[in-house]
Each structure stands twice: as C-alpha cells, then as structure tokens.
Write a protein that binds this ligand. Sequence first.
Ligand code: GTP
Length: 362
Amino acid sequence: MKALVLAGGFGTRLRPLSCTRPKMLFPIGDQPMMDWMLKNLSQGGVDTVVMAVNYMAEALVRYLGPTKYDLGIIYSREQRPLGTGGPIKKARDLLNGEPFLVLNGDVISDIDVRRLIEYHKAKGGLATVALTPVSDPSRFGAVELDWEGRITRFVEKPEKGKEPSNLINAGIYVLDPKIFDYIPDGRAVSIEREVFPLLANERKLFGFEFHGLWTDMGTPDDYLKANQIILSKYEGVKMGEGAKVDPSAKIMAPCYIGPGAEIGADSLIGPNTTICDHVLIGKGCRIENSILFPGAAVGDYSSVKNAILGENAILERWVKVESGSLIGDYSMIHDGVTITDGVSICPSKEVTESILERRQIM
Ligand code: GTP
C-alpha cells in the first residue's frame, strides 16, 4: 500500500520556529512529530511513502533518508509550492494503480488505515475523507453526510449552533487513481476547496468517521496540545540518557527530559512538557505545558508556561514567558523580562524590555 505525505508547507502560523526547520521536524517528546505518523503508517501496512516536499526539502531528506520504520521513502520535489492537490498530480507516476492514501504531514493520528481503505473500497467512491469529531467545529469546516456516508457538503467555519455535524476533515484521505483527472496540471491546487466539492456534487465522495487519537499542528496552541496528547502516552516521566535532575527538583508527569539535559535545584518541571536534548534549566525555575527545543537555556528563577523556546534560545534570570509565545532560535531574553500574550520573537533577537501585548519582534 502506498501513501503520499504532504510535507512541503511553509507552516506560516508557526513562524518564527518554522523559519529554520520544516514543521514536520518539530519535536514532540523524544521524536520529531513526523515519526509518530510514519510509525502508524508502517504498522497499518503501508510499504512505500511518497514524501511531497518543497519548503526546506533538504532538511527532511537528510533526516528521513531512503527508509524508516520499514517504509521505503521516495521524495517528490516541487520547484514551487503546489498546495495540497498539485503534489498529488505531480506524483501520479509514483502512485498509479491501486487506491492510495494521502495525509497532511502535520497530523498525528492512530487511525486504522487498513479499515479506512477497506471502507473506501466497499463504498466504491472516488475519494474517502477520514472525519474526526471535534467539540467546536466552527473553527474548522464541518461536513454534511447522507445516510449512506456520502459527503454532500462542506461548510467552512460554520456559525456556532448551525454546524451540519461535529465532524471535520482530518487531513487523511484515500483516493482512487481516477482522481488525477480532477486535478489540474502544473499549478497550485487545493484538494479541499477545488476538488472535493466537485466530487461531492457528483456523489463520489465518502466520509469515514473514526474516534481515535487525532491532532494537527497548525497553530502554537495546536502544537502544545499535540505535545500534551503524545506525552500522555508515556504514562509518566521519560528520561533520556545522561539527563541530570537535581534531587530537590520535581518533575510532574507526563514529561520528557532529553539526553544531556540538566535541571537545577528546586525547579518544578511539567506536566505536559518536552525538554529536548542538552537543555539547561537553572535553579528555582517553573516550566509547565511547554516545549523547549534542543540546547535552550533557562536561567535561575525563570518561568515558562504554555510557550515554546527555539533551539539554543537563552532566557537569563527572572524571565517569564507565557501564553502561546514563541521564542526564536538563538534569541536572548535578558534578566527580568516578561513576555506574554502570544508574542513571537525572531531568531537571534535580543530582548531587554518586557512585551505584554500580541506582537512580532523582528
Ligand atoms: P500554514 O502556513 O500555517 O497554514 O501551515 P501549512 O504550510 O502546514 O499549511 P496547511 O496547514 O494548509 O497544509 C496542510 C498540509 O499540506 C501540511 O502538511 C503542509 O506541509 C502541506 N502543504 C501545504 N502546502 C504545500 C505545498 O505547496 N506542497 C506540499 N508538498 N505540501 C504542502
């Protein structure tokens, strides 16, 4: 079974962290997020993955190589971004023959892809969209289904209370090779907006509802939520080799502390926190519901809550970072600064004064 993974987006909502690495390589626990998906595909019987790459393609090729988790990985490189549909058409020769899977590369799910494919074949449509229930579909696009499981309509960002269902497109599809006739050549195409509505009109589009783990990584809040969901699978605290935790520090599960990381006296870490390799945390720090990329350093008595620190970012002493803020790689936040309310700081920036309103610091 073949799968195409859409892994070429810019990840604009996660800038500045996505300025220096593709979103698919953002860490969650002890692995980049992409690994969680690939493992599930391998377990589900996929043997070949076509990785559709564009933005920062080399970083993905270098990390994944030609094979991982018993999957053969073939790269389909775009000269320019082709959206979510164009990469499928471009990879036509690699995918032709049987129905194949397509997955957004920023989704983590334990969906049973065998069942999804069986369902697709049983329904006999041109495409089957995996659907996941959410508590607030108004943020997404909800689908309307008929009694046979056909998708009749997509309602983008429905008004609260007027949603046709609580089911949203999970970014995981099975497509029949006939789909290639529906995707225009040589330009960016949105499969969701340009192709699926056409198929729905022709009554050839089905929905497959599933209730397992599902999360995508669009925004910083989504990323923190994905981190929380994945860490909860560890059932405790997972420690990398050579990590040092002072005996007076406390780690609250679920939490991951990477190899070579150091946690100082009286610090309180977790829950829902990924501390990557070689992160240094001083004494009396409080780190909660956050992700610290490799080599980040947090000075004494600083706190990080619902926030993400990029690679080698430095917080000096008595610094406070909160509320979905993103601190770019190699930034330096000076003593006593508070950063809150969804602030993003560009890589290598020095910040000497507090920032208390939503802003990008270039
Ligand atoms: P934002 O810029 O923040 O919207 O994030 P994104 O780049 O991830 O865009 P979006 O959420 O719409 O993309 C859904 C999936 O399609 C992600 O896995 C992207 O990597 C992928 N994707 C988006 N555009 C392209 C593209 O032009 N080429 C390829 N190969 N993949 C794409």
